[in-house]
Design a protein around this ligand. Structure first.
Ligand SMILES: Nc1nc2c(ncn2[C@@H]2O[C@H](COP(=O)(O)OP(=O)(O)O)[C@@H](O)[C@H]2O)c(=O)[nH]1
Ligand SMILES: [Mg+2]
Length: 379
């Protein structure tokens, strides 16, 4: 009999224990959620603005996107970019180190000056600017060298002068009287136009501007898709037309839409076919004319691939003859030893470099600054 009571008591205990366990599990399931930090507030799936490499954060961000309400990316603020990207100029750093090494020799003989000239020419600075720089260095180091002036300081000052800190490098992205600013992006195929338009949209968004993109490269449907992807991530819409359609009408529609909606800036991507100058002139001329029925083009950005050197410059010159280029976006400076092209292109086209592309990452486009650039070169 006592056995029976014991068994019943044990059974009751066992039932209670199991029930309690379930209760705990359910309870934990219910209770745990509020204790966890909120899953996502807009932006917290993103790398912080000063994150060293946004591409590293991508897989994580995408995984988060799968489970939460879609959030827009918050692009890195432009001001910190050139500093973050300075190591990307490693290839060009050879120039800075080489120059410093040669100029620091005890005796600056003719052979040394010749080696210095070769270095500068090899970095695509161009003949005329090379001669000017060598002349300035010779004079200053002869005069100031005795007084114990630091070679590095002299070189830094002269390089900055060469890059020209007085040029206005601001991007004209605002229109007058409440009209949108219109940025027309032109250049040879493959130089990085579409990528630059996407990256530029991010810079504008980072500065809290409203943006609309125009996919006026109608020759490749992929170009419009490419822009669409860039835009989606930061909540920027893309106006596109039928494949093979008239680029000017896409540009017109986009700017009209921009005016109607009162957006801050419309950025227009174009095709870069360079069959002949006449064809190019007709097409780009028409795009610009048609846009200006709605609002003036405030900036014509010529995209130039730094790795193509002097050859790229010749092609770029054709564009500058066709449209009034107001700024240059120099792409693919990462890993190029041709940083001197900044000087050459400004001299030859008479237009400032305003943006530099330093990688394929989303925020690898930086506003250009003469002193920061030279500091990066000198390491
Ligand atoms: N490394 C590097 N690649 C770039 C840069 N800018 C663009 N690219 C690449 O250049 C290629 C051509 O770019 P795309 O924008 O399609 O050129 P488009 O034909 O002028 O529109 C793409 O693979 C880009 O990722 C840059 O600054 N650095
Ligand atoms: Mg393109």
């Amino acid at each position: 009999m006592e056995w029976l009571y014991l068994v019943i008591a044990l059974a009751v205990l066992a039932v209670l224990a199991v029930a309690g366990g379930i209760g705990l599990v359910v309870g934990r399931g219910r209770r745990a959620r509020p204790v966890e930090p909120p899953r996502t507030t807009p932006g917290d799936v993103l790398a912080p603005p000063e994150a060293p490499d946004t591409t590293v954060a991508e897989p994580e961000a995408e995984r988060e996107h799968a489970v939460v309400v879609p959030t827009l990316e918050r692009p890195e603020r432009p001001a910190s970019r050139l500093v973050r990207l300075r190591q990307r100029l490693a290839g060009s750093g050879t120039l800075g180190r080489g120059l410093l090494g040669l100029l620091s020799r005890d005796k600056l003989d003719e052979d040394t000056w010749e080696a210095i000239e070769d270095l500068l020419l090899g970095a695509d600075i161009g003949v005329q600017p090379t001669q000017e720089l060598v002349e300035r260095l010779r004079t200053r180091l002869r005069v100031e060298g005795d007084a114990g002036t630091d070679v590095r300081t002299v070189l830094r000052e002269e390089l900055i002068n060469l890059v020209d800190p007085t040029m206005d490098r601001s991007l004209h992205v605002s229109g007058a009287d409440g009209e949108p600013g219109v940025v027309l992006v032109v250049g040879v195929n493959g130089t990085g136009k579409t990528t630059t338009v996407g990256k530029l949209a991010r810079i504008l968004v980072a500065e809290d501007r409203s943006v609309l993109l125009a996919a006026a490269d109608t020759f490749r449907a992929a170009a419009a898709d490419q822009l669409g992807t860039w835009g989606e991530r930061v909540g920027v819409e893309v106006v596109r037309g039928p494949e093979g359609g008239d680029p000017a009408s896409v540009a017109f529609e986009a700017v009209k839409e921009g005016v109607d909606r009162g957006v801050d800036t419309v950025v227009v991507d174009t095709a870069g076919r360079l069959q002949n100058k006449q064809g190019l002139m007709d097409e780009l001329g028409k795009v610009k004319r048609v846009i200006e029925k709605q609002a003036p083009v405030t900036e014509v950005l010529l995209v130039l691939d730094a790795t193509t050197g002097q050859n790229g410059l010749i092609q770029a010159k054709v564009f500058s003859e066709v449209v009034d280029v107001t700024g240059i976006a120099l792409t693919k400076l990462d890993g190029s030893a041709k940083g001197g092209i900044v000087v050459a292109v400004q001299r030859q086209l008479g237009v400032p470099v305003k943006l530099v592309g330093l990688g394929e990452g989303r925020d690898d486009l930086a506003p250009f600054d003469a002193a920061a650039f030279v500091d990066a070169l000198l390491g």
